[in-house]
Design a protein around this ligand. Structure first.
Ligand SMILES: Cc1cc2nc3c(=O)[nH]c(=O)nc-3n(C[C@H](O)[C@H](O)[C@H](O)COP(=O)(O)OP(=O)(O)OC[C@H]3O[C@@H](n4cnc5c(N)ncnc54)[C@H](O)[C@@H]3O)c2cc1C
Length: 412
């Protein structure tokens, strides 16, 4: 027997056109109970689809990610979607290797004499005392992981292989989800939500300011899915969602398919060309993901120096932080040092204040569902989240996974 939830006429409003909102729209249109003549699905997006972290993330997918209650489902759905929609071509889906490595960074700047004085223009590599020893083979370092310099790598450990690790291009994946949902009847409206309006029995509408006209409009809503990533608490202050800025770059480089988590020991005379002053001998941990079509994505540490702005188009990108990432990865890899820098960008990571997350499910307000706080695994966990959201809306409960530990009502 069809559930009564599926039989009602529904006006479903999704707030936020990031990867969570767009996969939710996609899976709603694929739910057996969805009927475009009976139900409406609207994504309300303040800036543009995938304009936040969902368009600027690395795109790593892994069976060893967390939380374990949704990871296997989401990993499997990613593979199925890629097979169904030619994701390999459309959004760069592929499996790959993954490992962590420790390495000694090298300086590649003009020789420094005295107190930071640069002598001469001739650039040369300065040998570090700790790397004077002859190169020793690094145990476990795969032969085809050949994009790191000579003796820079000191240790390597495998984290995953093509049976457990994959990737997508997050921007291409998110916009494809929005397009596929639109083709099946969902609508995208560019407008910034100002309130979720309630009647005694629960949600009744969503009010937003249209991006083009700046006029206020109200959309009737029977079901509201709040998936505004780090902006969630701007719209629903009870949601304990924090935001942390992170910078990333992409570099043109043709390298073997590995995702690398690094720990680089920077030499004491490392200055790089960014503006950020470094402490001597500092360890840094950029992540580097080879992508198809001759590109490497690299991201650095997070910071809380600049609070989350009102919208994704106002996110400040600090060029010197991007330059730091470029200098760090260039200190151990010639292809990354010599490759053309294609993109420098910043975005905000959404996380649940008390640590665990994401929050997926009912809020205690009838018709209001939360899907947010995905931290650094939102690309990986997007598909499961979207599928489970479609079940909450049409079946009244999550069916494909036991997600009681992610119930938002525990923290609201
Ligand atoms: C540097 C970095 C690398 C990452 N790498 C990976 C990775 O390799 N693998 C992985 O699984 N995850 C990764 N992540 C995490 C992943 O990017 C996020 O978890 C995910 O993108 C969150 O998606 P979201 O849809 O919740 O939020 P967002 O992408 O932030 O989307 C929220 C949307 O809501 C919109 N919005 C905001 N306010 C309003 C409003 N008032 N009205 C309407 N719309 C509004 C915004 O414009 C935005 O488009 C990474 C994150 C960062 C920062």
């Amino acid at each position: 027997m069809a559930s009564s939830a599926a039989e009602e006429k529904k006006n479903i409003v999704i707030i936020g056109g990031g990867i969570i909102g767009c996969t939710t729209a996609y899976f709603l249109t694929r739910h057996p109970a969805f009927s475009p003549t009976k139900h409406s699905i609207t994504i309300l997006e303040a800036t543009s689809i995938a304009s936040g972290a969902s368009g600027k993330a690395g795109g790593l997918l892994a069976l060893w990610a967390y939380p374990s209650c949704i990871v296997p489902l989401s990993y499997k759905l990613h593979a199925e979607l890629a097979a169904e929609h030619n994701g390999e071509k459309r959004w760069g889906y592929r499996t790959l290797h993954c490992g962590s490595l420790s390495a000694n960074g090298k300086v590649h700047t003009p020789r420094v004499v005295g107190d930071g004085d640069m002598s001469g223009n001739k650039e040369e590599w300065q040998k570090l005392p700790k790397t004077n020893a002859k190169r020793k083979p690094v145990v476990g370092l795969p032969q085809d992981l050949d994009w790191f310099d000579g003796d820079s790598v000191t240790s390597y450990s495998k984290m995953g292989d093509p049976t457990t690790t994959a990737q997508v291009h997050p921007y291409e994946f998110t916009t494809s989800m929005a397009d596929l949902a639109s083709e099946a009847g969902a609508k995208v409206i560019l407008g910034s939500v100002t309130s979720i309006d309630q009647a005694d029995s629960g949600v009744k509408s969503v009010t937003y300011t249209a991006k083009d006209t700046q006029e206020s409009h109200t959309l009737p809503a029977t079901d509201v899915i709040l998936s505004a990533g780090p902006w969630t608490s701007h719209i629903f202050p009870a949601a304990p969602i924090d935001a942390m800025r992170a910078h990333s770059v992409t570099i043109k480089a043709e390298v073997s398919p590995y995702a690398i988590f690094s720990e680089i020991d920077l030499p004491s005379n490392f200055t790089g060309s960014g503006n950020v002053k470094r402490r001597h001998g500092r360890f840094v941990s950029p992540e580097m993901y080879a992508r198809p079509h001759g590109e490497v994505y690299a991201c650095g540490e997070g910071d809380t120096l600049v609070p989350l702005p009102k919208s994704s188009d106002l996110v400040e990108c600090d060029e010197s932080r991007c330059q730091d990432i470029i200098d760090y990865v260039g200190s151990i890899s010639t292809p990354l040092r010599e490759g053309e820098v294609l993109v420098k960008q910043a975005c905000y990571l959404p996380s649940v204040s008390h640590g665990n997350g994401p929050l997926i499910g009912q809020t205690g307000i009838k018709g209001l569902l939360l899907a947010t706080g995905h931290t650094c695994w939102g690309i990986q966990n997007s598909c499961a989240t979207g599928k489970l959201m479609s079940e909450f809306v049409f079946d009244g409960k999550a069916k494909s996974a036991n997600i009681s530990s992610l119930d938002p009502r525990k923290v609201l």
